[in-house]
Design a binder for this molecule. Sequence first.
Ligand code: CMX
Length: 133
Amino acid sequence: MNLSHIEHIGIAVKSLQDAIPFYENVLGLKCYNIEEVVEQKVKTAFFMLGQTKIELLEPTSPESPVAKFIEKRGEGVHHVAFAAQGLQASLDELAGKGVQLLDKNPRKGAEGLNIAFLHPKSTLGVLMELCEK
Ligand code: CMX
């Protein structure tokens, strides 16, 4: 495994419109991108902090994994994403170590990154994402 840093922290919110002012006006961060990830049924808003991003996630459909998350647990931290060099090799290594992969092969995520999720049941309750540019 070759993880270099936390690429982003995903935070589930009911409404970007309601959440963005907290990050901008209270925390003093600047939203630099809003993007819909149609496949994941979410709209995302990004803030940069050092080399790590905060990614706010608003569900665009009741079938979105983020809608289900909010229904069950309420708004809050949804996933942690690590920057991984050699994403496919990392996934193969994790599978070999018995980690349950939600994506056996990388797919396209927000901001053009290649991404893959690991099942929270096999990562001590934290939904983890690996990403590569
Ligand atoms: N963090 C920790 N645990 C989570 C979780 C999360 N984000 N989401 C679900 N879980 C837990 C649930 O609490 C539940 O646990 P219990 O069985 O103890 O109640 C279990 O996982 C199963 O959850 P579920 O509500 O039945 O939902 P599903 O099994 O249908 O889906 C998951 C769970 C993780 C497989 C699904 O949410 C998924 O595929 N996630 C990855 C994709 C994703 O989240 N995309 C949105 C982000 C988009 C982006 O960043 O681009």
